[in-house]
Design a binder for this molecule. Structure first.
Ligand code: CA
Length: 222
C-alpha cells in the first residue's frame, strides 16, 4: 500500500513517514500543496494524508483539485482546525475523514485501515492455500503457525494477495510497495519474492507465488 503524505511541518512529516514505513507502507512526502498535487497526478496512491494549512495551495484546494480529476483515492485531512463548521467544509470538498492534531499515531493507523477497507472492500484477512494473513494484527501464519516477515515482505505479500489470481506487473508492484526514492532497479523485487517463497513454501514443495515471464508475478493456488 502506498501513501502520499502532504505536510509542511517537517517534524510531523518525518514522524508520519517513519511510523508508516514501519507498518509496511511505501510513503512519499510532499512539503507543499503543489508538490502534493503533482505527486498525486503522477502516481497511483492507495491513500492520501493531507494537511489542511499548507503553503501555496491549501489542503482544501488540493483535495478539490484531486476530486476534480475524478480520482477516488481516500483522503484523510490532518487538521488543527477543529470547529464543526471547518470539519463539515473539509468533508464537503471530498475528503473521506479527518483527524485533529495532535493525534496518536495508533488512531491515525486505525482510520487509515478503515478507509482502505471501505474503499477497496478490503478484507482484514487474506488467505491462499494454508497461508493466512491478518492485516490488522500484522501477522502471517502458515498452517496456523506464525511466520516472521520483514515489513517489505509483508507489504509485498499483501499486495500479491489483494490481487490474488491476477497478474501483478513489476511496475504495479513497484508503484504500490516501494516509494518514490526507489532507484528503478526492479531486480530487488525478485530478492523479496525469493525470500517470500522460501518462507511460505508449502509442505509439498509447491509455491503459490508464480512467475509470469517478462511481466511479473501472480499469487495463485493450483
Ligand atoms: Ca501545515
Amino acid at each position: 500500500m502506498r501513501i502520499l503524505v502532504v505536510e509542511d511541518e517537517k517534524g510531523i512529516a518525518n514522524f508520519l513517514r517513519d511510523g508508516l514505513k514501519e507498518e509496511g507502507f511505501a510513503v512519499d512526502v510532499a512539503d507543499d500543496g503543489k508538490k502534493g498535487l503533482n505527486l498525486s497526478n503522477e502516481n497511483e496512491y492507495d491513500i492520501i494524508l493531507l494537511d489542511w494549512m499548507l503553503p501555496g495551495i491549501s489542503g482544501i484546494e488540493v483535495c478539490r483539485l484531486i476530486r476534480k480529476n475524478n480520482v477516488s483515492v481516500p483522503i484523510i485531512f490532518l487538521t488543527a482546525k477543529d470547529t464543526v463548521q471547518d470539519t463539515v467544509f473539509g468533508l464537503e470538498t471530498g475528503a473521506n475523514d479527518y483527524i485533529k492534531k495532535p493525534f496518536a499515531f495508533e488512531e491515525l493507523l486505525v482510520r487509515i485501515r478503515v478507509q482502505l477497507r471501505t474503499h477497496e472492500g478490503e478484507q482484514t484477512t487474506l488467505t491462499i492455500g494454508d497461508i493466512e494473513m491478518d492485516i490488522d494484527k500484522h501477522v502471517v501464519r502458515k498452517n496456523h503457525e506464525e511466520v516472521s516477515l520483514t515489513q517489505k515482505e509483508f507489504a509485498l505479500l499483501e499486495f500479491l494477495l489483494r490481487n490474488k489470481n491476477k497478474v501483478c506487473t513489476r511496475t504495479r508492484i513497484i508503484e504500490h510497495v516501494w516509494d518514490i526514492h526507489f532507484d528503478a532497479d526492479t531486480s530487488v523485487i525478485d530478492v523479496y519474492i525469493n525470500a517470500l517463497r522460501k518462507k511460505l513454501r508449502g509442505d509439498d514443495g509447491t509455491n503459490f507465488i508464480q512467475t509470469v515471464r517478462g511481466v511479473g508475478y501472480i499469487a495463485r493456488k493450483e
